[in-house]
Design a binder for this molecule. Sequence first.
Ligand code: ZN
Length: 266
Amino acid sequence: MLALTCVLTIPRYSPLGMDHWLSLRVIGPAIAALALAGCGSVIPSATGGSSAGSGAGARSGASSGATYTRNAPPRVASAPQSAASRPADTACISQLGAAGARFDALPDTYAAPGCHILGTVQLSALAGDASQFGISNIGPVQCHVASAFGDWARFGVDRAARQILGSPLARIETMGSYACRNVAGSNRRSAHSRAEAIDVSGFVLEDGRRITLTSDWDGGTAAEREFLRVVHGSACKRFGTVLGPEYNRAHEDHFHLEGTGSSFCR
Ligand SMILES: [Zn+2]
């Protein structure tokens, strides 16, 4: 059986600021697939793509089949594009690395009509003033949204947690980011279909407390309710669209954080 290999060198960033030149290796099973795609973007079958996001928390398989190898020779060939290969995205990725985030740049993927993962990263940790925060259940996110998310976590959430609740932030819990689906009750694709939104469901503090939208937006202590409203307000300054429990019942258990630019806040 024929097996083809495309290799693309992309930088990987660590919180220590080191750039490691790694190789992204994608092995295609047949020459026909390579000829069709030009060894370009990863184009899974319609069946595989539609299964990638049937719900809000669905995670993408964008990185499946890709492996990262240290110290590979600097071979450059046509290969899946990633956020590291376009100048605007490269600038965003540099900024994200400088902000102390831990992440991998992901290859571009077209999953289904209206569903794609272009210029995205997989976040694994964010940096605060004095510590790092984990992020649970997140998938691919467009770099500019990931950057806003990192700034919000540090300057909005962590500082509010310390000032209002007396403990630093340890982890942000999400219900996912990329999902190939429509806006509920419409035939319009959701921003989640472009990996341009994150659904945040709760926060875990270093002292072990867990504050969730479901339990604490209305039912928490006065300090917990204030904390959730303060972080909602700070999200509105950094993201383009922010929807929460006051918007509708579909958002009573999470904040929907979409795009950048501060235009719609409920
Ligand atoms: Zn959402």
